[in-house]
Write a protein that binds this ligand. Structure first.
Ligand code: ZN
Length: 100
């Protein structure tokens, strides 16, 4: 049986391989790797840092308000925002991720 550290490494390798192949949302990644969506964001933060200086990066397609089209460009956090600052609607298209 794998210990916690090994399990985390394996999850990160699988996330990385998935993101090198296609553009995915955190929800899709959580289904592919079999972990809760909220854990995916933590792994993505780690991946973003570990790619620094490697010539590759975690590319983020920003979340977008489905109501008015507002783009959440200036977000440091990777998670899905709850509410649009422009029109106050809560129907937000998820951010998408890829290793580029
Ligand atoms: Zn909006």
């Amino acid at each position: 049986m794998m210990d916690e550290g090994e399990r985390r490494e394996t999850v990160r390798q699988r996330l990385r391989a998935a993101l090198e192949a296609e553009t995915l949302s955190a929800r899709e990644l959580s289904q592919m790797v079999g972990i809760p969506e909220r854990e995916v964001y933590g792994h993505l933060e780690h991946l973003r840092l570990s790619l620094r200086g490697s010539g590759r990066e975690l590319a983020v397609v920003p979340a977008r308000c489905r109501h008015c089209g507002f783009l959440f460009r200036k977000r440091d956090r990777l998670g899905k925002p709850g509410r649009c600052p422009q029109c106050r609607q809560t129907s937000i298209a998820e951010p998408l991720f890829r290793i580029a």
